[in-house]
Design a protein around this ligand. Structure first.
Ligand SMILES: [Zn+2]
Length: 323
């Protein structure tokens, strides 16, 4: 009996030590990451280019939406100790501009201001988007929602494989100036990324061609670049801001639209309560699918960006490719 207890507490102690070591280790890694990307899919592209060159990290926790995020004190420390901060733009990450004022412009890439990206941007509004919420009007520090802004252009640029290649090129160019002695490796990483992504794009195009005539609605107007590139039939989006659920009148209007346009699917995102969606499709043949625009659950690796796009493709097929 005594022996058992002893062993048990020893085991417990070693678990505790192991646990705290793991904790310390992971927090050190994070704080030490020299290149920080704001959202996860941008972090995937960054890792592909910086692999073997320097440590990379992602600012937002897995699954956190840039539309509703607020910076923590530990985030400020991460940003200030980084060699480079890569972010999308002030309409996507409204929490970024203030903190970045105290960080050297040379240590930042604001992707929306890269000229080659600017020329590929799509405008962010179409006629289905009545429920627009602009953070300029609605920022309210007491309520951690309504913190969403869509500017003139669609800032969900990580959902464009075409723009992803330019993002990769911009990160490459910056890393070469920061780590000139590693320029050969950075070049190789870029080449590999472009080749892999081109292959992934071809595979996705082949798969999605079968569902190009299947209309669907989305709850968050985030997928425009991807839909345009692969010829998908997005019939509309019900909200721009995934943090705001539609009201009763809106639900009725959505049901009418689903019937009128003979939609096959409605895609939710993980943060939507299934109950709301069930109510919407009640009495129709419309199926419910799920899309994840942030690569939640995908581990950071050289290949993660392609994995992210492939997973999104599979999620589309899971709902659209049925009779
Ligand atoms: Zn959005």
């Amino acid at each position: 009996m005594k022996k058992y207890i002893l062993l048990n507490s020893k085991l417990l102690a070693s678990f505790l030590i192991f646990g705290s070591l793991v904790f310390v280790q992971s927090s050190i890694n994070y704080a030490n990451a020299k290149v920080i990307s704001s959202v996860k899919p941008i972090g995937f592209i960054t890792e592909a280019i910086a692999s073997g060159v320097t440590d990379t990290g992602i600012l937002l926790p897995d699954g956190a939406s840039p539309h509703t995020y607020y910076l923590k004190p530990s985030d400020l420390a991460k940003l200030k100790s980084a060699d480079l901060v890569i972010w999308v733009g002030e309409d996507m990450e409204v929490f970024m501009p203030t903190v970045l004022k105290s960080i050297d412009r040379k240590k930042q890439i604001e992707l929306m201001s890269v000229p080659e990206i600017k020329s590929l941007l799509r405008t962010s509004h179409d006629e289905n988007e009545h429920e627009d919420t602009h953070s300029h009007d609605l920022i309210n520090q007491d309520h951690h929602h309504h913190h969403h802004n869509h500017g003139e252009y669609d800032e969900h640029i990580w959902l464009s494989p075409k723009i992803a290649k330019i993002i990769a090129q911009s990160i490459h160019d910056k890393l070469v100036t920061l780590y000139p002695d590693k320029s050969t490796l950075i070049d190789e990483n870029l080449n590999e990324f472009i080749i892999n992504l081109t292959e992934t794009e071809q595979n996705i195009a082949k798969k999605l061609i079968t569902v190009q005539n299947r209309g669907y609605f989305v709850f968050h107007d985030a997928y425009g670049y991807f839909e345009t590139q692969f010829g998908l039939k997005n019939l509309g989006s019900f909200t721009i801001n995934p943090a705001v659920q539609p009201g009763v009148q809106k639900v009725y209007a959505i049901q009418q639209e689903l019937k009128e346009h003979q939609a096959v699917c409605v895609f939710r995102e993980p943060q939507f309560s299934p109950a709301v969606i069930e109510k919407l499709v009640n009495g129709t043949n419309v199926r419910i699918g799920e899309l994840n625009p942030l690569g939640t659950g995908i581990a950071l690796s050289k290949d993660a960006y392609s994995q992210f796009l492939s997973k999104l493709t599979q999620q589309l097929l899971d709902c659209l490719d049925k009779n």
